[in-house]
Design a protein around this ligand. Structure first.
Ligand code: PEP
Ligand code: MG
Length: 589
């Protein structure tokens, strides 16, 4: 076999699990070519009319895609196109182009591209993932408008004729939306992060995907045989027979294990010596309840309510929120649902709210800080949650608490919401339980004082790790320092649990650490009462808990607390899981 077909292994970030093999389909952006053309002053109206026609055509196409997406997926993914429509409907953007055509006396393509480049550049500079993606939206829409000005149709992924793995520098949401599900079996892109639109859609479509490959577009040609492992983030070009055999057995083994795990759906997460842990799941939107039930989690330990506020042009009002919360509460009853109040800021921004640009958004105007400063927004949400509490299984949780004062102030607003509803004769649960997230080190350190004021704690390890270790959770450069098993983290968790126990309240963990099957026995041994995990991780965590005894979890935790390095703790955890639940270690790859 010549060099041309030598196996090449590329490593990126797996964002949607599973393994697929197929021919690559390379998408190279065919940008519309145009030349700069001087126009006479009296030609400007015709040029502007061409532009308006192209805008109308673009708007129509976007509406079409959106309708198709709504049918194929759900409202959440289709709403990504709201952002595209916002660009087409942005009066200042459109008027700047029109003014430019009149002032510069050149064809509209030239002005459009310049104005768009300025907008996109300004957004791309903002160092914020959400806004960078808005820059990608602008480029995507402008490409579409330019095609319409040229009277061309886009060379869309939808035209694929056989099942392929789509390889691209990055996929735009419209590319992703126009693909045919029976034709695209995997994605491999050079750019992108777990929160990019491609990743969001890949997960929703359950198509294995790897992003952040840097040079896949150069190393892969259309027609090359490619293997995509969305679990480990590996992409193999021209896989050798040996690789195929290895993946063949991995896939068969994973399938067998998955089928066995399915049989545990109605079983409790109970250790061999009878210690039961509440195994709940995290959700972002009401439709995620399906996955919670399918994967056998009991209740919802974290409903990230802010996702109802993203990718839309207006805030959801009280009744819309109440409907969403009520739907979740009703479907999950009698099991509980913990509704976390708005955690906007950090990397999550609602386009409908005026939120300032910050140098350090994670340390800034985020979560409870934002809510206490915007009592109208907060009160509306509290009233909506209270309305849903008639199901008697709703709990309220405040994010990013860093001191007792914030709990008191939030509590006063909750009381106000109760009084208002009471006066209006709206029914609600007067005893709705209130808890706080422990995700700022200061909260863990004053956990004793917090514990007297609330009914439960839920440890948000994603943020607790970033704030304790000073490691930005979305910065690839410092990922190597992001260590859940760092001794400082274990001590803060332990201290939080001790404080909760002395006050007679319970503690959960809802950060990703809790959903790591290798670390579940450690957390159980440290004394957590509840683990709330991504729905698809629930069967794996349950299996590990059922394979160990509580006393060995306690021994593991005691030993781990003596370790000086996070790596040593991880090694201890891995050893226990390998001994008790080797299949799960296999499944994790
Ligand atoms: C956490 O910080 O661990 C958490 C669960 O909240 P989020 O990931 O939404 O910040
Ligand atoms: Mg958090």
């Amino acid at each position: 076999m010549g060099d041309a077909h030598r196996e090449i292994v590329l490593q990126g970030t797996g964002v949607s699990p599973g393994v697929v093999i197929g021919p690559a389909f390379l998408i190279t952006r065919t940008d519309v070519r145009f030349v700069e053309r001087a126009i006479e002053a009296d030609e400007a109206p015709r040029e502007i009319a061409r532009f308006e026609e192209a805008l109308i055509a673009t708007r129509g196409q976007l509406h079409d895609i959106q309708t198709r997406m709504e049918k194929a997926l759900d409202r959440r993914n289709a709403s990504i196109f709201d952002a595209h429509l916002l660009v087409v409907d942005d009066r200042s953007f459109v008027e700047e182009v029109v003014r430019g055509v009149r002032a510069r006396k050149v064809n509209v393509e030239v002005v459009l591209q310049e104005v768009a480049a300025r907008y996109a550049e300004a957004l791309a500079q903002m160092g914020d993932e959400y806004l960078r993606e808005r820059a990608a939206d602008i480029k995507d829409v402008v490409r579409r408008i330019l095609h319409n000005l040229a009277g061309q149709s886009l060379n869309e992924v939808g035209g694929l004729s056989e099942p392929c793995i789509v390889v691209a520098a990055d996929l735009s949401p419209s590319d992703t939306a126009t693909l045919r599900r029976d034709r695209v079996i995997g994605f491999a892109t050079d750019q992108g992060s777990p929160t990019s639109h491609t990743a969001i859609m890949a997960r929703a479509l359950e198509i294995p995907a790897v992003v952040g490959l840097h040079n896949a577009g150069v190393r892969i040609s259309s027609g090359d045989r490619v293997l995509v492992d969305g679990t480990t983030g590996r992409v193999v070009v021209h896989p050798s027979q040996e690789t195929l055999d290895r993946y063949g057995s991995i896939a068969r083994a994973r399938e067998t294990i998955r089928s066995r795990l399915e049989t545990l759906r109605d079983e409790p997460a109970r250790t061999r010596d009878g210690y039961e842990v509440d195994l709940a799941a995290n959700i972002e939107l009401p439709q995620d309840v399906d996955a919670v039930l399918r994967h056998g989690a009991r209740g919802i330990g974290l409903f990230r309510s802010e996702f109802l506020f993203l990718s839309r042009s207006h805030l959801p009002d009280e009744m819309e929120q109440a409907k969403a919360y009520g739907e979740v509460a009703g479907r999950i009853a009698p099991e509980p649902v913990v509704i976390r109040t708005l955690d906007l800021g950090g990397d999550k921004f609602a386009s409908s709210l005026q939120m300032p640009q910050e140098m350090n958004p994670y340390m800034g105007w985020r979560a409870i800080r934002f809510c206490l400063a915007q009592p109208d927004v907060f009160l509306t949400q509290l009233r909506a949650i209270l309305r849903a509490s008639v199901h008697r299984n709703v709990r309220i949780m405040y994010p990013m608490i860093s001191n007792v004062d914030e709990v008191a102030r939030a509590g006063r607003l909750l009381e106000q919401a109760k009084e208002e509803l009471g006066r209006e004769g709206v029914p609600f649960d007067p005893d709705v339980e209130v808890g706080v997230m422990i995700e700022v080190p200061s909260a863990a350190l004053v956990a004793r004082d917090l514990a007297r004021r609330v009914k439960f704690f839920s440890i948000g390890t994603n943020d607790l790790i970033q704030y304790t270790l000073a490691v930005d959770r979305v910065n690839e450069q410092v990922t190597y320092l992001y260590e859940p098993t760092h001794p400082a983290i274990l001590r803060l968790i332990r201290q939080t649990i001790e404080a909760a126990r002395s006050a007679g309240i319970w503690t959960g963990v809802c950060g990703e650490m809790g959903g790591n099957p290798l670390l579940a026995p450690l957390l159980v041994g440290l004394g957590v009462d509840e683990l709330s995990v991504s729905p698809n991780m629930a069967p794996l965590v349950k299996d590990v808990i059922r394979a160990v005894t509580f006393s060995e979890c306690e021994r593991l935790a005691a030993e781990a607390l003596q370790c000086e390095a996070g790596g040593d703790v991880l090694a201890l955890c891995r050893k226990l899981t390998e001994a008790r639940a080797p299949e799960i270690v296999t499944l994790l790859g």
